[in-house]
Design a protein around this ligand. Structure first.
Ligand code: FES
Length: 105
């Protein structure tokens, strides 16, 4: 099974599992602050579950491409929406600051 490293923990996650769901199940929130409560619950529209992802995940969905090109996100930041990704290999994740996790660099 692939491993996912996030917030100092390492999880084993089933290949193909939704990344947001895997993190929430392990009580590792992909959200910052009140975004934990104020989010779209995985529809791909709010953008608050954005993470830096190193490793293999699924291709971007259409809604993910749209949302990551819509402020405050910018495509050049290279983030991924955890609710739109499935795990395809070992991953290392980082949550950046900001309500949306958009403050990269
Ligand atoms: S939970 Fe809203 S975009 Fe992922």
């Amino acid at each position: 099974m692939p491993t996912v490293k996030f917030k100092g923990q390492t999880l084993e996650v089933k290949q193909g599992q939704n990344l947001r769901q895997a993190l929430l199940k392990a009580e590792l929130s992909p959200y910052n602050g009140n975004a934990r409560w104020l989010n779209c619950h995985g529809l791909g529209t709010c953008g608050t579950c954005a993470l830096e992802v190193k490793g293999a995940v699924s291709e971007k969905t259409a809604v993910e491409k749209w949302r990551l090109n819509f402020p405050p996100h910018q495509e050049k930041n290279g983030l991924r929406l955890s609710c739109q990704c499935t795990v395809q290999g070992d991953l290392e994740l980082v949550k950046q600051p900001g309500f949306w996790g958009e403050k990269v660099g």
